[in-house]
Design a binder for this molecule. Structure first.
Ligand SMILES: Cc1cc2nc3c(=O)[nH]c(=O)nc-3n(C[C@H](O)[C@H](O)[C@H](O)COP(=O)(O)O)c2cc1C
Length: 375
């Protein structure tokens, strides 16, 4: 008697087949949309390729899957090679107009555990598991694909070169999955002792944003007064981009609360070990701040990859203690940066910077000589 089971679930998603296919390949992002199953890739790759393996656990099933074949944008063939089920499965994508029929097919799998065999023969068939697992996947896929989250994350170099300061935002809200992906990328940054001494407070509440914005504006006005009193921008104010930059900084300062999300990147000094004194005073500033700013940069790059604009700001630092108190952050946790997030009003363009090899960029690896030195 054959013990093989066939079954398929399908859903129509309002997205091109290419995006559905890319979503299925991006194994490290499954947690963003597939809630009931946990996945653990068994190789270093970020996206599935033939031969990739991953473990899955969920809905009382677990096992190891291997990618056995791929047809770009049309199909991903999988084989369950260990665990409760064994045998072939596939994702299939058929585009119809602007939508895609996404199908998850069990193509002759066999139960590989006594309990599953009993469950199947007792009528708790593959359909029940499939409905639970794939139903959940389709809900998540719909959420991600139809809300416009580009899960491919874009190209690293494109994100790096077009990471502009975005200070004018469209009012559209940031989907939870997008915000989560951005913060998750931040937390993959390096930190001294791998202490990960950070929190990311994502503020969406209009009242809290207004409180933060009022303090921020005060700090910006104070900075402007100080800068003009001592002519502190003397070294840059003749640059052609200076007036535009100041106007833009001013727009952000006067409209900060219109950013859909304000992220406060928090440095917990109690997690800095020898870099702080235990009472909130930082003793080794390089290592302490270098343990949060890579995460901030990750956050902004991830945001850029997902089409979300951001700006790294620190001008609020003169009112940091008041801001902390207003938001309810304890004194030993410092606000290292404030980053507004939102979809930009204008497309991203490549940033302009001093050329590599220009007057002030050191490209030589020859040891620098002291003037008047002998060697
Ligand atoms: C340490 C640091 C602090 C900054 N503080 C602010 C700030 O308080 N307000 C602001 O609008 N921009 C701030 N910026 C953004 C810079 O103004 C911006 O990166 C620079 O002008 C280059 O602009 P671009 O990214 O659009 O090319 C800061 C950037 C850094 C790295």
């Amino acid at each position: 008697m054959s013990d093989s089971y066939f079954h398929a679930e399908e859903a129509v998603l309002r997205a091109p087949a290419r995006r559905c296919y890319e979503l299925v390949l991006a194994i490290r992002r499954y947690a963003q949309w597939w809630q009931r199953v946990q996945f653990e890739p068994l190789g270093p790759e970020a996206t599935l390729r033939p031969g990739s393996r991953y473990r899955f656990t969920g809905a009382q099933l677990s096992g190891t899957m291997q990618v056995s074949g791929m047809k770009p944008w049309r199909r991903v063939d999988l084989h369950c090679i260990a665990g409760d089920l064994l045998g072939p499965l596939s994702w299939e994508f058929t585009q119809r107009g602007n939508s895609t029929v996404v199908r998850y097919a069990y193509r002759g799998v066999e139960p590989n555990s006594e309990s599953l065999r009993r469950a199947f023969t007792a009528g708790r068939g593959l359909e029940v598991y499939s409905d639970m697992l794939q139903g959940d996947a389709f809900v998540g896929m719909r959420h991600v694909l139809e809300e416009g989250l580009d899960v491919s994350g874009g190209d690293v170099f494109e994100a790096l070169l077009t990471l502009r300061s975005v200070r004018r935002f469209r009012p559209d809200a940031l989907p939870d999955a997008t915000l989560r992906a951005i913060i998750e990328a931040a937390t993959h940054a390096p930190s001294a002792r791998n202490a990960q001494p950070w929190y990311f407070l994502a503020v969406r509440d209009a009242d809290v944003k207004r409180t933060i914005a009022a303090l921020y504006l005060g700090a910006w006005q104070q900075a402007q007064r100080y800068t003009s009193e001592i002519d502190a921008d003397a070294d840059i104010k003749d640059r052609p981009d200076y007036p535009r930059m100041i106007r833009s900084v001013d727009v952000l300062a006067t409209h900060l609360d219109s950013a859909p999300v304000i992220v406060l990147a928090l440095l917990d000094t109690s997690q800095l070990g020898p870099m702080a004194d235990g009472r909130g005073t930082i003793l080794a500033p390089q290592s302490a701040y270098a343990s949060i700013f890579p995460a901030v940069q990750n956050l902004m790059l991830a945001a850029r990859g997902l089409g979300v604009g951001s700006t790294l700001t620190t001008v609020f630092s003169s009112v940091e203690a008041e801001m902390r108190a207003a938001v309810g952050i304890p004194p030993h946790v410092h606000i290292a940066a404030l980053i507004p997030l939102g979809y930009p009003r204008r497309p991203f363009t490549v940033t302009t910077r001093k050329p590599v090899g220009g007057a002030r960029t050191i490209v030589s690896i020859v040891p620098l000589r002291r003037s008047g030195g002998k060697n």
